[in-house]
Design a binder for this molecule. Structure first.
Ligand SMILES: Cc1ncc(COP(=O)(O)O)c(C=O)c1O
Length: 451
C-alpha cells in the first residue's frame, strides 16, 4: 500500500453554523478523466493550468435545447451569443449545428463574418455600434437590433440614399417582475418608448422593421419572467399589425437561461434550483402560440442562449502549489490558476474536484489563486480532502464567459483544449507567451535598454 503523506495535527476553533440541513457530507468523488481522456495526461501534454472543452457535451446541450423549443413551436432559430465564448472552434461547433451568430460589437461582427456566417444570419445587438459597424451590417444585410434613438437616427442617415431598406429590429426592455429590472438596453415598454421607436422606424419608410427583441437578464431563475416578456413582445407585434398594417417576422427572446452553476450565497446547489430549458421553452412557446396570431403570421422564434449551452462543457484543470494555516486556523490551499482566468469565480461557487484518489479526511478550506493580490480567492469556503502540492484539481462548469472575460494579469493565459467526439484532443487556443504579450508594445528610443 502506498505510504500516506503525513499531515501535521492542529487545533481548530469550531465555527457554529457551517453545516446545512444535509450535514457536512460532501459526496466528493475524484474526477480523473474528461470524456475518456485522463486529467493527468491533459496536464502533462498541455500544461497547468489548462482549459478543456467537451465537443460532445456542447453538441448535446445544443441539440436538447433545440429539441425543447422545436418540438413545441414550428419556427425556431438559435443564434450563438459570441460574447459567451467566441473561440472560433467553439463558434464553428454551434454554426455546424445550425446556429446563427449573435454579436455585440464590430470586433465580434467581423469574427462572425470570418467564421463564414452569411451576413443575413448575423444578429447585431449592443448599445455601442459605430457608423462603420452599422455600414458593414447594412452592406451585409445583417439584422440590426436598435438600442437607442441615436442609433435609429444614425441608421436613418445611412439609409437615406439606399435602394433597399436595411433590416432592423427594436430591442425592448420591460418589467418582468424580476428586480432590479434590466432597463438600460433598448427601449422601455411601459413608458411607451418602445412603441414610439417602432412607429418611427416603420413610418420612416427607410428601414424594414423585421423583428422585436428582448434580453431580460442573465441567470434568470424565473420561467414566469419569460412569459411576461413574451406577452409584451407579442402585444407589440399585434399592435404593429392592427394599427400600422405591418407584419413582424420574428420575436427574439434573447438569452439568460441559467446553467446549473451555484450562485454565491445560494442555500441549495444550482442543480437543484434552476428551471430547465424545457420549463422556459414551455412558457415562451405556449405564450406565443396562445396569443392569437393567425397561422401565417406566427413569428419566427429566435433564442440567443449562451451560458446554458456551454457552461458545463468547460473545465479548468490546475495544480496545487502549496498549503498553509491562516491565523484563525483555517486551511488555505494555493492553486496555480487565479481569478484573472476564472472570472466567474466572482459570481459562482464553482465545484472543484480532486483529480486523484484521496484519503477520507475532509476539511473546510479556502482556495487561493497564485496572484499576489488579496482578491485572488477561488473559493472562500469549500469542504475538500486534504490536497498536497502537485495534486491536480478539476474546476467544473467554466465554459461560459471565462474564455472571453479572462485577463492577462500577472500570469499568462493558458491553452484551451477541445476533446472531440472520438476522444482526440485539439489545442484551440495556444497558451500565451511573453512574446505574444509584448508584441503590441513599443519602447521609445530613449527608453531602450543599452545594448
Ligand atoms: C443580447 C444578449 N443576448 C444573449 C446573451 C446571452 O446570455 P446568457 O449567456 O445569459 O444566455 C447576452 C448576454 O449577456 C446578451 O447580452
Amino acid at each position: 500500500m502506498e505510504k500516506l503523506t503525513y499531515e501535521k495535527p492542529y487545533i481548530k476553533k469550531l465555527h457554529a453554523g457551517v453545516m446545512n440541513k444535509f450535514g457536512t457530507r460532501t459526496g466528493i468523488q475524484p474526477v480523473k478523466q474528461i470524456d475518456g481522456v485522463s486529467v493527468k495526461s491533459l496536464i502533462e501534454n498541455y500544461g497547468s493550468p489548462v482549459f478543456v472543452l467537451s465537443e460532445k457535451k456542447i453538441r448535446k446541450n445544443y441539440r436538447s435545447a433545440y429539441r425543447a423549443f422545436s418540438t413545441r413551436y414550428p419556427k425556431v432559430q438559435f443564434a450563438w451569443s459570441y460574447k459567451t465564448n467566441y473561440l472560433n472552434a467553439v463558434c464553428q461547433i454551434f454554426h455546424q449545428e445550425g446556429s446563427w451568430a449573435e454579436v455585440v460589437s464590430g470586433f465580434e461582427y467581423h469574427k462572425a463574418l470570418r467564421n463564414g456566417i452569411p451576413g443575413n444570419k448575423i444578429i447585431f445587438n449592443g448599445p455601442g455600434k459605430s457608423n462603420d459597424d452599422l455600414q458593414a451590417a447594412i452592406d451585409n444585410d445583417s439584422l440590426i437590433h436598435i438600442d437607442h434613438f441615436e442609433e435609429l437616427n444614425q441608421l436613418l442617415v445611412l439609409s437615406k440614399k439606399l435602394a433597399t431598406k436595411p433590416r432592423v429590429a427594436i430591442r425592448v426592455n420591460m418589467d418582468t417582475g424580476v428586480y432590479p429590472s434590466w432597463d438600460r438596453f433598448g427601449f422601455n415598454y411601459e413608458n411607451n418608448e418602445a412603441w414610439t421607436a417602432i412607429e418611427k422606424t416603420i413610418n420612416s419608410n427607410k428601414l424594414q422593421l423585421v423583428g422585436l427583441h428582448c434580453h431580460i437578464g442573465t441567470y434568470m431563475l424565473s420561467a414566469g419572467a419569460y412569459e411576461i416578456a413574451a406577452n409584451k413582445l407579442c402585444d407589440l407585434a399585434m399592435r404593429c399589425k392592427a394599427q400600422l398594417h405591418h407584419k413582424i417576422e420574428y420575436i427574439d427572446m434573447g438569452g439568460g437561461f441559467p446553467s446549473t452553476n451555484t450562485l454565491k450565497g445560494a442555500y441549495l446547489p444550482g442543480s437543484d434550483t434552476v428551471p430547465t430549458v424545457d420549463d422556459f421553452a414551455e412558457v415562451i412557446t405556449s405564450t406565443i402560440l396562445n396569443f392569437g396570431f393567425a397561422q401565417d403570421d406566427l413569428p419566427l422564434l429566435i433564442l440567443e442562449s449562451g451560458r446554458v449551452l456551454i457552461d458545463d462543457a468547460g473545465y479548468l484543470l490546475g495544480t496545487v502549489v502549496a498549503n498553509k494555516r491562516l491565523s484563525n486556523g483555517k486551511r488555505a490551499t494555493i492553486v496555480d490558476f487565479g481569478v484573472n482566468i476564472l472570472f466567474t469565480s466572482f459570481w459562482y461557487e464553482h465545484q472543484i474536484s480532486p483529480a486523484q484518489d484521496f484519503n477520507s479526511h475532509n476539511e473546510n478550506m479556502i482556495i487561493y489563486g497564485p496572484l499576489c493580490m488579496n482578491i485572488d480567492v477561488i473559493r472562500e469556503s469549500i469542504n475538500l480532502p486534504l490536497l498536497d502540492p502537485g495534486d491536480q484539481v478539476v474546476v467544473h462548469q467554466v465554459g461560459a464567459y471565462n474564455m472571453t472575460q479572462w485577463m492577462q494579469f500577472i500570469t499568462l493565459r493558458p491553452a484551451v483544449v477541445l476533446i472531440d467526439k472520438q476522444q482526440h484532443t485539439h489545442v484551440i487556443r495556444t497558451g500565451e507567451t511573453l512574446h505574444y504579450t509584448e508584441e503590441p508594445e513599443i519602447i521609445p528610443g530613449h527608453l531602450k535598454p543599452d545594448k
